[in-house]
Design a protein around this ligand. Sequence first.
Ligand code: NAP
Length: 723
Amino acid sequence: MAGNENAVPQADHLTVFFASQTGNAESISRNIYEQAQERGFKSFHYVLNDHAKVDWDKEDCLVFVVSTTGDGDPPDNSTKFWRHLRKLKGVGLTKAKYTILGLGDTNYDNFCQTAKRLDTRLQELGASSFYPRGLADDATGLEETVDPWIKNLWPALAHQVISTPAIHDLPQPHLTQEEEKVVKDIIFKQEQDRRQSIVTSTLNSPKLLPKTAVAANGRDPIENTVEDLKNLTLTSPANPPITPATGYKIDVDFSTMANHANLTALPRVPNANLQIADLEADTVSRTPGSVPTFIQTPTKLMMATVNKVQCLTPPEALKRTITIEFGFEDDVDYAPGDAFGIWAPNNEALVRGVLSALNVSDTAAMKAVRLHGQGIPSHLQPVQSATLLDIFRYAVDLTSPPKKANIRLYAEHASDLADKQKLMFMASKQGADQFNAFRAQLPTFLDIMHTFPSINIPLARIIETLPPMQPRYYSITSSPMSKNGHRRWSCAFNVVTYDLPGGIHRRGVCTPWLDELAGQVPFGKAATTGFTTQRLPVFLKPNETRFNLPSDTTKPVIMIGPGTGVAPFMGFLEHRAEQRLIKKRLVNIGSGPRQHLDDHFGDMWLFFGCRHRERDWLFREQMEAYKRDGVLTELQLAVSREENVPNSAKYVQDLMRNQGKSIWNLIHKKGATIYVCGDAKGMAKAVHDELVNILVDHGGFEKMAAIMELNTWAQEKRYLRDL
Ligand code: NAP
C-alpha cells in the first residue's frame, strides 16, 4: 500500500464484541479473538454490555458476533449496549470499520434480527462495513457459515489492522493440506498399528498427561488429588447417598469411516486458559437452600417458597402439565405478561456420574477452588470460591449435545486409537453424518465419557469448554392485583421427559427437578403441603417487548395461545377480573352492572388449543368461569385429536379463519391488540399467515401490503408475540 495516497490508514488493533444467550456467540468470538492474537493482530475481546470499557471514538476496527433470542430479541448481556446505542445521535462513528457475524435459526421468524438491527444502526451512526456480514443458521448447522466466514475474515482484516509479525495466513481454523495429512497419518497409521496388535503396548502405556490447566506449582491441582482419591466412595456425611448415573452408550454407524482417508475442516481447538486453584478453606460454606454466589442473573435473584402445586393433566394425557405457585417474603413488582427465570441445577445423579467418570472423589468435589486465567469464559469468571460439585451443578451445561470443537478436543485426549479415530472423524467434514447421528441422540457429557471411555481430559479443559448453564424461563400466570398478588406468582409448564430409541431416557433440566421438588402430585386438586421446604432461586424477567395488557383498559385484546402458551393470558384474565371487581366496588353499581362494566373494559378474546378436552384443556374451570362472569368475551377452543366434535376446528389458526371478520372488526374498528404466545416454529408462523389472510380477505389488502401492515403493527406494539 506504500505510496498509495488513497490507502486507508490501518488500525493498530481490533476489538471483538459478542452478545450471547447460550454461550455459542461467546465461544465463536473467543475463537476469533484467539486466532487474531495468534496471527499477530493486537486484539481485545468484550461482551457488548461492557461497551463502556472501550473508547468508541477511537475504535477503528470492530468485529461483532451476536445471536438472537426470543422473538428476534438481543441477548440479555447486550441490553445495556442497546440502550446506549439508541441514545447515540448523529454520525459519531464515521471512523469505525466493522463486520458482523450473526447467529440465528431460520425455523424462527426474525432470523438473525440482532445482527441485522446492529448493522442498520451502525450504518446510521456513520460506521462502514469492511467485510460482508455473515448470517449463520442453526437449522442447517452454524459451522456451514461460521467456518468460511472466519476463514475469509483474515485477508479482509489484513487490510484494516496492522499485524506484527504479519502471519495472518495461519491455517486455522481450516487445516492446511499438510496438517490434514498429519491428522490423517496419525489416525490411520495408529489404526494400522493397532490392527497389527501393537495395541497392547499402546493401551498399557502410562496415562496421557494433561497438557494444560496447570496450577502455580506446575501441576493440575485436581489431577494431583485424583489418583489418591479415586477409590473413595461417592457419598459423604454431608450429603445423602446418591447413585451416580452411568450414562448411555451412544450407537453410531462408523462403517463408512474407512472410506475417508482425508479429514478436512477440523475445527480449531480452543486455547487452554482456565486454571483451577485450591483454596485454603477445605470446603465452601453454603447454607442449605442457598445457591452459589457465582450465579449471575439479569435482575435480582430471589429465593421463593413453593406455596401450592397442581397437576392439570390426567395420566392419559400426552404431556404432564403442572402449575406451581411461588411465594416471596417481600413484595415483588411485576406485571401480567412478565416472565421469570429459574436457576435449576443439573440432575444430581448426572453430576455425581460425571464427577465419578472424571475420577473426582466426593472429598475432592467438596473442596473449595477458584477458577482463574486470562480470557476465561464470562460465566466462569465469578467462580472465586466454590466446590467442584457446585460448579458441575450450577455453572456448566451437561446435557446440551456437543459442538464439533468439543468433539475435536475429546479426540485429542482419547488414549484408545479407535475412540480417537471416531471422535476425530465426527469432528471432520467427512464425518458430518455420524456427527449428526450422534447429536440426534442428545448425548449428555456423561454419555460421551461412557461411549468413549478412554477420554482422559484435564478437569480445567472440561469446565472451560462445556457450555454455560442457562436459566429456564416461564410466563407468570397470575396477577399482582389478586389477593397477596405481590407476594406470590404462579406458572404452568409441561414436565419434559421422553424416551429415545435404544432405551435411552431423557429428561429436561428444570421441569422434572421442579416436579420432584413439588412432590410429583397426581392429577386433581391443588396441594398445599407435601412438597419441598427448600427455597428456589428465581428472578423476574420483565417483558422487554411490552407483552403486557394495554394501559387503556377499553381497548380489546385478542389472545392466541395453545397448550402452555396460554400461561401469560391466565395472568391477563386474572388481572382483568381484579380490575373489574375494583371498578364494580368503586362505582357501587346497582342494576345493570355488566353493561356499565363493559363500557370500561374492552373485549377479551381467547383462542386456545388442546388435544382432548378431557385431558389437556388446561385451566378449563377458570376459563369457563371468566366467560360466565363476562371477563372473557369470547372463548374459542380448538381440539386437535378428538373425533366427532361438532363444529370443531383443529388448530387455533383454523378458529381464526372462521372468525376472520370479527377479528378484523376488533382490530380495525376498535383498535385491538393481538397477542400470540407459544411454539415459535409451527403455530406462530401459521397464526401469522392467518392474520395476513384476514387482512387480505376482510381488510382488502394486497398480500405484500398485509405483511407490511403486520410489521407496522408489531413495531407499534399492537401485534405482540412471546415465543
Ligand atoms: P402442545 O401441548 O404441544 O400443543 C397444544 C396444541 O397445539 C395441541 O392441540 C397441538 O396439536 C397444537 N399444535 C401443534 N402444532 C400446531 C401448529 N403448527 N399450529 C397450531 N397448533 C398446533 O403445546 P405445549 O407443549 O404446551 O407448547 C406450548 C409452547 O408454548 C411451547 O413451545 C412452550 O415453550 C411455549 N411457552 C410456554 C410458556 C410457559 O410459561 N410454560 C410461556 C410461553 C411459551 P397436535 O399436537 O395434536 O398436532
